[in-house]
Design a protein around this ligand. Structure first.
Ligand SMILES: [Zn+2]
Length: 638
């Protein structure tokens, strides 16, 4: 019993009352940090009996003018109010306005200049261009907004958001159709960056267009945020409503076009041979070329100035993207999943070969297989990977990916690795957030983190020979050991973090790898992760729905883990540094009590608790807390 006294004296200096409180809080339930469950979202993490979401159908016609790099479009949106609320106005996203003069993006963009290495004229130009080295007349020109009768509607453009004021409230269960005409100049991605735009190839005088955010899109209205109308600044991506799309894309008639959905008039826009090969490819389990490299090289020379229209349809998607160029080689194959047979296809210029013909479509297949196994069978009819220098960017059924060999067609393992994992990653985004449709503008980790986790699992399973080492605990120790003022909790808006990479991608992904491989075990983890994906597929989940489902489906209390890893920047490898064993001998207890009493460390109540309550509780945390209360164990973060 003397030992007990010694221990108390030793521990006392290490654990202040405040510290003790802090360590105890680390194991507390999340409680009120999660929103109160209701009939829309339940305490189990599943959608509730009154869950609702809005719907928006689009009929779009766009023309891409090659000589001016200008998009001219008109669309009719039919918006279904399935909420229990009357709406007096609607919010739409005008993402191109990020590039418009006076945009907030200019105000928040930062860059580092070193006076002695950059000529002053570049600095002046950078400032004059509002935080970009690329002077460009960007932004949407909204021509008209009209109702179904063709009458002008009243609207307000508020930077990257547009509000349409309704003459009468749109009541629950009603729908409204309206039309918008617009145009804008497409940005040169290689000069000004961006998620979409074009790359110009000087050698043959052709461009490769990867087009997205090219039309005014409905914002999300839901039970959690109301209207998600946070401005688009560049980092926080998108929150979008599901709907059906009917899109006509007019381009020079020697262009090849890939897009969200299935092409409806392949017979018209392809040559007879290409159409035959396309039909064959849809059903073939072998990679099949629809447009060969030789045909693409011939196409590059043509420079037709007459135009033709490609027609696409897509159902139940949250967005629409397309790629167009006369440089495209096109290959594809069917992927056989348990219940679906999607078409995997790739579009790339000759500059991407030989890497792209060898790896792209294969990477789509590998991704669809593993993701389907871990979530649900890929429900869309196709998945497309498009070659686009220096970016990785995702849209439903289509994504734009980097990875290019040098001019001689040679490439390093690094190039192959980068290209492979970016395709896996962007194709993987079909699941998160395209189908499990989280709010990217608010919670970047909900799609990037979950997706990077599955990406790492595809890489380990299908590419063991490539030196992939991302998204595992070892990959984030550098960030987590960095100064706390450089870190932000994962539960932070993507515009407010300092380092989006570790915050939204690798740290949450490492967390899931840790949960799967160490804390829960693959079987329990996979079952719970799948439950989350299946509960929220084609719906709008929030962080609480994820945290709750992972516990609900596994019977593992993970509140301490979410708390440390997601809500704070704490070091989370809490360890028990020292546990000492003490035995309280009955006959000596009086003596001990006397010895302790003057210190006031253990009162009679605690003494009694220590004697009586110890043996019948095996709950580890309870035991630690009890020991800690008495200063017998020192729990410190490492
Ligand atoms: Zn991503």
């Amino acid at each position: 019993m003397k030992k007990l006294l010694i221990m108390i004296l030793i521990c006392a200096p290490f654990l202040s009352v405040a510290q003790e409180q802090e360590y105890k809080e680390r194991f507390e339930q999340l409680g009120t940090m999660l929103p109160t469950p209701n009939s829309y979202r339940t305490a189990s993490g599943a959608p509730g009996e009154n869950y609702w979401q809005q719907k928006a159908d689009y009929s779009i016609k766009v023309k891409l003018d090659e000589s001016s790099n200008k998009i001219t479009g008109s669309e009719t949106i039919t918006y279904y109010n399935q909420s229990p609320h009357s709406l007096n106005y609607l919010w739409l996203q005008l993402d191109q306005n990020m590039r418009a003069e006076g945009s907030d993006s200019e105000l928040v963009s930062t860059a580092t200049f070193f006076n002695d290495t950059i000529p002053a004229k570049y600095l002046e130009q950078y400032v004059a261009n509002g935080g970009s080295s690329y002077d460009f007349p960007g932004g949407f020109n909204i021509e008209t907004v009209k109702n179904a009768d063709g009458d002008e509607m009243d609207y307000l453009v508020q930077k990257t958001m547009m509000k349409i004021r309704l003459p009468e409230a749109l009541k629950p269960g009603e729908n409204i159709s309206f039309s918008i005409d617009w145009n804008y100049f497409v940005n040169d991605r290689m000069k000004g960056g961006g998620r979409s735009g074009f790359e110009y190839f000087e050698e043959d005088g052709n461009s490769l267009y990867t087009m997205a955010q090219f039309f005014p899109r409905m914002a999300v209205y839901n039970d959690v945020e109301g209207w998600q109308n946070k401005q688009f600044l560049g980092s926080g991506e998108f929150a979008l409503t599901f709907g059906d799309y009917d899109v006509e894309i007019t381009v020079p008639d020697d262009f090849i076009v890939g897009a969200t959905g299935m092409v409806q008039n392949a017979k018209e826009v392809l040559t007879k041979d290409q159409f035959k090969r396309y039909e064959k490819a849809l059903k073939s389990k072998e990679q099949t070329f629809i447009v060969t490299e030789e045909e693409a090289i011939e196409n590059e020379k043509e420079k037709s100035t007459s135009y033709e229209t490609w027609k696409f349809k897509a159902e139940n998607v949250r967005d629409f993207g397309f790629a167009a160029s006369r440089k495209f080689i096109w290959d594809g194959q069917m992927v056989e999943l348990e219940s679906t047979k999607p078409f995997a296809q790739s579009f790339y210029p000759k500059e991407g070969n030989p890497l792209w013909e060898e790896e792209s479509t294969k990477a789509i297949k590998n991704t669809l297989e593993l993701y389907s196994e871990r979530t649900f069978d890929y429900p869309y009819p196709q998945a497309t990977s498009v070659h686009a220098a220096s970016i990785g960017m995702e849209y439903p059924m289509i994504c734009f990916n980097f990875g290019r060999p040098d001019k001689n067609g040679e490439y390093s393992v690094r190039t192959q690795l980068g290209m492979t994992y970016v395709i896996v990653h962007e194709i993987g985004h079909n699941y998160f957030p395209m189908i499990v449709n989280s709010d990217e503008r608010q919670w970047a980790w909900m799609d990037e983190g979950l997706n990077s986790f599955l990406e790492s699992n595809v890489m380990f399973e299908y590419y063991p020979d490539l030196p992939y080492s991302d998204n595992i605990p070892q990959a984030v120790t550098g960030y987590m050991k960095s100064s706390k003022d450089q870190q932000r909790p994962i539960m932070t808006n993507p515009e407010q973090v300092l380092r989006l990479g570790p915050n939204a991608y690798s740290k949450p992904a490492a967390a899931l790898n840790l949960l799967r491989n160490t804390i829960m075990g693959p079987e329990l983890f996979d079952e719970s992760f799948k439950a989350y994906a299946q509960r929220w597929k084609f719906k709008h989940p929030t962080p609480a729905d994820f945290f709750r489902t992972m516990e609900d489906a596994s019977a593992v209390d993970l509140d301490w883990f979410w708390r440390g890893w997601f809500y704070t920047t704490d070091h989370v490898d809490v360890s028990v540094d020292e546990v000492k064993y003490f035995r309280i001998a009955q006959d000596e207890s009086d003596m001990e009590k006397n010895a302790k009493a003057p210190k006031g460390d253990l009162g009679e109540k605690e003494e009694k608790e220590l004697k009586t309550d110890f043996s019948d509780r095996t709950d580890l945390i309870f035991l630690f807390q009890k020991l800690q209360n008495f200063g017998l164990v020192n729990i410190v973060p490492r």
